[in-house]
Design a protein around this ligand. Structure first.
Ligand code: KIV
Ligand code: NA
Length: 286
């Protein structure tokens, strides 16, 4: 099936149908997302932690990220529109550095339809706003990402809910979202924002908002695949994650069984998992 276009997604948004987005890391996880016909597939830099074992997205080398982008995009077995993160360090050195990395990311596969850029509060982060503006003016489709922006976690003071204490921070979030819409972003992620604030912002924008830890008043939702499926033995998941499965436990049971079968010579079973040789050549082997 052909991939959804941004227009298809906007149509669904204007019909008031909530949008589903989920991350994928490689060909196989992309095949799951596509098979389920999710609307949007995010190649999130969270793969640094969920797939590569880094402790932060800021550690992720751009080259390693690109390898994953190519792997995801080789899966074309479904309609999910592919959004690709701009990792930490790929645009901060200057507008021209950022534009050139944006070109490189888009060129990895025609499947990459949109970039996603984390943007800090408007009053502080004029640089990224300008960068996003330059991207939009050059025709790059940009999904913004505001609220809790993990790449900026240090300057935000940690992984904290944004706009929940000082009302001015909530106003700032709204102003940032408005500005990003005005400069041409086609959508925005709202991460770890109080339900009411996310709903307020969504109602006043004419572009879709994709929430994570933002309640049900946004235009859509996004979850990290390994969190929702329980792909790794994570002790602590953020409150906003709904865990739909515990794959790591199922996998563990199967692998332990396999190991025990091998040790007990229960696998492979002769006649079931084995090949025969023809009777006439058999004699040569005995
Ligand atoms: O990298 C990621 O997974 C993300 C989502 C949490 C929005 O940016
Ligand atoms: Na991300």
């Amino acid at each position: 099936p052909p991939q959804y276009s941004i227009l298809d997604i906007k149509k669904k948004y204007s019909q008031g149908i909530p949008l589903s987005m989920v991350t994928a890391y490689d060909y196989i996880s992309a095949s799951w997302v596509n098979k389920a016909q999710c609307d949007l597939l995010l190649i999130g830099d969270s793969l640094a932690m969920t797939s590569l074992g880094y402790s932060s997205t800021t550690e992720l080398p751009l080259d390693e990220f690109k390898y994953h982008v190519k792997s995801v995009c080789r899966n074309q077995d479904g309609p999910a529109l592919v959004v690709c993160d701009m990792p930490f360090g790929s645009f901060e050195a200057g507008i021209s550095q950022g534009i050139s990395n944006a070109i490189d990311l888009m060129k990895l596969s025609p499947r990459v339809t949109s970039l996603k850029v984390e943007v800090g509060p408007l009053a502080q982060d004029q640089y990224t706003v300008e960068f996003v503006k330059q991207l939009c003016s050059r025709g790059f489709p940009v999904m913004a990402h505001i609220g809790l922006t993990p790449q900026r976690a240090n300057s935000l003071g940690g992984f904290k809910v944004q706009g929940n204490k000082d009302p001015m921070n909530a106003v700032e979030l709204y102003k940032t979202a408005k500005k990003l819409q005005e400069i041409g972003c086609w959508s925005t992620v709202l991460e770890a924002v109080p339900h009411k604030v996310a709903t307020y912002i969504t109602q006043r924008l004419s572009i879709p908002t994709i929430g994570i830890g933002a309640g049900d008043g946004t235009s859509g939702q996004v979850l990290v695949l390994s969190d929702m499926l329980g792909l790794q033995p994570t002790e602590h998941l953020p409150k906003f994650v709904k865990k739909y499965d515990s794959i790591v436990d199922q996998v563990n049971t199967s692998l332990e069984q396999y190991k025990n079968d091998v040790e007990a010579r229960k696998f492979p079973e002769t006649g079931v998992h084995t090949f025969k040789i023809k009777d006439d050549v058999y004699d040569e082997f005995v």
